[in-house]
Design a protein around this ligand. Sequence first.
Ligand code: SME
Length: 202
Amino acid sequence: MKSVAKNFAKKTTMVLFLCKELNIFTTHVNTVEKDLFTKVEEKMETRNKIDQILESTDPVANKLKSLCNLLKNSIPHFHWVGFYFVHGNRKELKLSEFAGKPTEHTIIPFGKGICGQVAVSNQNFVVQDVSEQDNYISCGIDVKSEIVVPIFVNGRNIGQIDIDSHDVAPFTQEDEMLLEYVCERVSQLDLNPILESSASEV
Ligand code: SME
């Protein structure tokens, strides 16, 4: 009889232990699920705001400025956000709208720095650690990484969005996809006022 009681106690302890473990596991899954849900919601909100800006009746320069502000303020590792466009018929880029610290690099020759290389390569350039790049134009000691995504109109590389971050290796594939979305949508705007104003200063 004693051994039956002992066995029962042992099984009860085991069941209680498993219940506790299951509870910890469920709580963990709930937290992960909640975090994922919040992240998805935040991303959808950012996309909606991007669409709202692009679909507003604002002049194109204001739209670009609002996009810079939105991206800088909603993505914590985006510390500087700016648009560069081809400077008339010169082989250089000219800074357009931006959010963050003003930079002295308002003109960048094709091939120079991360931006200039993208003007030539026509490819996204994700630099998770700028200290590993020789062909890099520094915009300050606090910048640790950079991502540049080109903008194409009728197959021509006419500019780019440039992001600087103060963190090492912060950029994800989702960041790249979001920026590609922004560039795709920006390429559908009437960019003539931007491109013309840059050309008239040649
Ligand atoms: N770091 C860039 C220069 C532009 S700033 O980041 C604003 C480059 O290497 O092209």
